[in-house]
Design a protein around this ligand. Structure first.
Ligand code: ADP
Length: 375
């Protein structure tokens, strides 16, 4: 017999035929019901209480004891769950002999939201007990909130360039209708806004594609140094255009299990950030080396650095140290979120070290797949 079963079964104090006035099962109800309720409650993963007809707690399983924090057995439900809404639901369920549902918020250092289902147990046309089942909705509520925030942020990000496009179109149809010089200028600005929307949509699609495949581990073999070299080569023109140089220092023998395109995107996002945010005239270094059973790739810049308080939040979607600065440099606020999700899929990790005025180092770590290769 497990702990909760022993615990709850001992507190059912009724005897056959003597207990009805105390709210216990009516005469003739089998005494085994107490043990059955306790066994049933102990088998449930969610918090569960069983009350007698007077609302006294007769059975509580381990998850229920955990959230109540004290021993509720023999007490009225109102002492265990201090919520007028739950008590009102108990009354409703008793008078209608039907289940009642109500939300119940457990306050404390980390508040939790439950749905309480209060359900009468009916035997021979009479309520013999009441089940109180609690379902923890905290995680669902958090996910729902994140989803709502994400939709609000994405819509806002798209609406801003769209509003400015509409403004230019209006001007071109009205005041600047016959002004060739203004038209030329406005078309250039419109192109910038349309490109911004395109970048945002591309990033949103990348993110959703990666999230969908996040639970499917990659199977191909990729040499991380080749990924780094490929990115360095393709981003050198962009770096030079910003007055920076890319320097590489890459060891070979860094085979990881991964998706080439996704790993290219990780390194590309990090190097593009270094180019965007690090001051011109500086060198961006990409290094790749072996660290035990891991391949470690670092992108080092000597730019302005990032203040400590921002570091834990950089991989949140749409989190930017300065929204204006990011927009001015063509950022969407999704680059590092994409990096994080790709690395999750590859069982890798991202870390960042930064010192204001000195620069930033983003490091990714991936398990080496060919563990015996030493070259
Ligand atoms: P964004 O599209 O805005 O660049 P990211 O998710 O790639 O979005 O990066 C989030 C934020 O982190 C950026 O807006 C910027 O404030 C900061 N950041 C990223 N990389 C660097 C870097 N190398 N140096 C300074 N700040 C950086």
């Amino acid at each position: 017999m497990n702990q909760s079963l022993r615990f709850v079964a001992t507190f059912w104090p009724f005897k056959r035929g003597t207990n009805e006035a105390n709210g216990g099962p009516p005469s003739g109800a089998p005494d085994e019901s107490a043990a059955s309720f306790a066994a049933l409650a102990a088998a449930l993963p969610d918090p569960c209480l069983v009350l007698n007809r007077l609302g006294i707690v007769m059975v509580a399983n381990e998850p229920a004891l955990e959230i109540i924090g004290s021993n509720p057995l023999g007490e009225h439900l109102s002492a265990a769950i201090r919520s007028p809404a739950v008590l009102e639901a108990l009354e409703r369920s008793s008078s209608s002999a039907a289940p009642a549902r109500v939300d119940y918020e457990l306050r404390g250092s980390t508040p939790r939201l439950f749905e309480a289902v209060i359900s009468p147990v009916i035997d021979a046309g009479r309520i013999v007990a009441t089940l109180v089942l609690l379902k923890d909705l905290t995680r669902e509520q958090r996910i729902e909130r994140l989803r709502a925030d994400f939709v609000a942020n994405a819509s806002h990000e798209l609406r801003t360039p769209l509003a400015s496009l509409l403004g230019f179109i209006e001007t071109l149809q009205g005041a600047a209708k016959d002004d060739a010089k203004a038209r030329e200028q406005f078309l250039g600005l419109m192109r910038t806004q349309a490109e911004r929307m395109k970048r945002l949509i591309d990033d949103l699609l990348s993110l959703s594609r990666i999230e969908m495949s996040e639970h499917v581990p990659p199977t191909s073999s990729v040499e991380l140094s080749q990924v780094a070299r490929h990115v360095a080569d393709s981003l050198t023109p962009m770096a030079r255009g910003n007055g920076a140089e890319i320097a590489v220092n890459l060891d070979s023998g860094l085979k990881v299990t991964g998706e080439w395109d996704e790993l290219v995107q990780v390194v590309q996002n990090l190097v593009e950030n270094a180019i965007k945010y690090a001051s011109s005239g500086k060198v961006i270094e990409i290094t790749a080396r072996r660290a035990g059973s891991y391949a470690e790739l670092a992108v080092v810049d000597h730019g302005p650095g990032i203040a400590d308080e921002h570091l834990p939040r950089l991989t949140e979607r749409f989190y930017r140290v300065s929204v204006q600065d990011s927009r001015a440099r063509g950022g969407t606020g999704l680059g590092l979120a994409i990096v994080k999700h790709i690395l999750n899929r590859h069982r890798g990790r991202l870390s960042v070290q930064s010192r204001l005025g000195l620069g930033t180092t983003f490091t990714i770590r991936l398990p080496i797949s060919d563990i015996n290769s030493q070259d």
